[in-house]
Design a protein around this ligand. Structure first.
Ligand code: ZN
Length: 503
């Protein structure tokens, strides 16, 4: 068995290298690549994707997994934390899914999305949905074809969701959202009836260089290891990993609004901490990476919001921020600043939405995606439907496509089924926070003193190190003794905003 396991790991190592090379090309495409290279970059990515797919779906891998499975199940029954046993079990599940998708399809998808991404950049720049429309039509059609490679599910959207949130069903997500929606809407209404918060202190001129350096200082303080990472600029911030030893983040800068870059950086740092925290034993194996996108998002949201928008965090960092921006913030009190960064106001852009309204942006996208997959909407009508839903849910209408239907990069990357993981990530972040506080009630004092390592160490052991060893709901059971549950998040929101708005 040892020989077969070694052989399997050898192949997985090579696949991981191909995927890392593709991720590096894709990082370059999103940061420094000249636009003229789009076509050839598409070909390069398609070739790498095809090679990785052929390798990971080869009969040789299938045979090795079959041979190793009885041994792995036995070992797992004795100890369900054994990485080798988990590797075989998780890889077999991946193999079963991947062998359903022909390599020609994978290559075609890579090429379609490479062109679609360039079109999306142009369409967003010109705020003209018509430029992106034919690409999105193609992407929806490809996603429908993708669904048909799998056995019929309760809903076709289940197949798309399962790529990002293994084991999760469309009906489960709808049930969670149905529980959330009325309470979030009630909270927003209660807030709207109170005197509003003034956030003008954030809307001053903050020079890019100082914003950049402050962001890096905080990222470093909470644990991001820059000997194994870096930060660059891109139109849509993201984190990418080429293995735990090279995990990069990107950000965008708005010199006239403090939140865009700072909280973007904290958010991506949360993702990067997760990737940098993978156990060295699972390096270059399919266990390396996030358990799911919602678990990934829980890490970014935890650092961005539970930590980064808390009063104790700013009791520590605000004097440093004032030193960096004395003209802008020298005479602004901590209390004014704290309320400003937590201002609740229905707004157009999801990534800049406050915690109280954020999930409503997600619910809108989930409904549109389900309708697209069902063929219940014509793509040409999307901008109009988007705007109407924004008006329904948040009481505002985007003035143009760039601030409406074109704002997110996801569809141009071919990804449908992704958005609900953001809202689930919010819920998980609050669940993990409550759980950690049961062990460490002095968490807020630690943060006030700029001590982040107890929290990070706990996340490392419970979440980061095990990578993809467990499906998200299983992982949540192991760590919090509960499946994904909206209650802690609602408790957190209510407590926080009651204090800020005096509800
Ligand atoms: Zn994120």
């Amino acid at each position: 068995m040892e020989d077969k396991l070694t052989q399997l790991k050898q192949i997985f190592g090579e696949i991981a290298d191909l995927n890392a090379a593709a991720a590096l090309l894709s990082w370059d495409q999103n940061t420094y690549m000249p636009p003229g290279a789009a076509e050839s970059r598409g070909q390069q990515l398609a070739t790498l994707a095809k090679l990785a797919h052929i390798k990971s779906t080869s009969p040789e891998v299938g045979k090795l997994l079959d041979d190793l499975m009885p041994w792995a199940l036995d070992k797992n029954a004795q100890n369900d934390e054994d990485f080798d046993a988990r590797l075989v079990i998780v890889a077999a599940r991946d193999y079963e899914k991947a062998t359903r998708v022909p390599p020609e399809f994978v290559a075609e998808m890579a090429q379609v999305t490479s062109r679609a991404f360039e079109a999306w950049v142009e369409a967003k720049g010109k705020s003209d949905f018509a430029i992106f429309r034919p690409h999105l039509e193609k992407i929806v059609e490809m996603n429908q074809r993708f669904v048909n490679f799998f056995p019929p599910a309760d809903h076709p959207y289940d197949v798309l969701l399962d790529q990002y949130e293994p084991g999760m069903k469309t009906a489960d997500v709808k049930a969670i959202f149905d529980a959330l929606r009325p309470q979030q809407v009630a909270l927003i209404k209660a807030i709207s009836e109170r005197p509003q918060v003034d956030d003008s202190c954030l809307r001053q001129h903050f020079p890019e260089k100082d914003q950049w350096e402050f962001g890096l200082e905080v990222a470093r303080a909470i644990g991001y290891d820059f000997t194994r990472g870096r930060q660059d600029k891109s139109p849509h911030p993201f984190t990418t990993s080429f293995g735990a030893d090279d995990v990069r983040i990107t950000t965008r800068v708005d010199e006239n609004f403090f939140n865009t870059m700072f909280f973007g950086t904290l958010h991506e740092t949360g993702h990067a901490l997760y990737e940098q925290g993978m156990h060295s034993y699972i390096k270059r194996t399919p266990l390396e990476g996030g358990a799911s996108l919602a678990i990934h998002e829980s890490q970014s949201r935890l650092w961005e919001n539970l930590v980064g928008r808390s009063r104790p965090f700013w009791e520590h960092f605000y004097p440093k921020l004032q030193q960096r921006f004395p003209a802008q913030l020298g005479s602004v009190s901590l209390d004014t600043f704290y309320k400003a960064i937590n201002k609740v106001q229905p707004s157009l852009i999801r990534v800049e939405a406050d915690e109280a309204t954020y999930n409503l942006h997600i619910m809108l996208r989930l409904e549109l995606e389900i309708a697209m997959i069902e063929g219940a909407v014509a793509i040409k009508d999307l901008p109009e439907i988007w705007n109407a839903k924004m008006q329904d849910y948040l009481g505002i209408t985007p003035p143009n496509d760039a601030k409406g239907v074109l704002q997110d990069v996801h569809w141009s990357n071919g990804m449908l089924g992704y958005f609900s993981t953001y809202a689930l990530g919010n819920l998980i972040s609050a669940q993990l926070w409550e759980r950690f506080q049961q062990f460490v009630p002095e968490l807020e004092d630690q943060i006030r003193q700029g001590e982040f390592s107890p929290l990070l160490s706990w996340l490392r052991v419970k979440i980061h190190q095990v990578g993809r060893s467990y499906e998200p709901q299983d992982l949540m059971m192991r760590v919090t003794k509960s499946k994904i549950d909206p209650a802690p998040y609602l408790r957190y929101l209510t407590r926080k905003y009651s204090e800020i708005y005096g509800i």
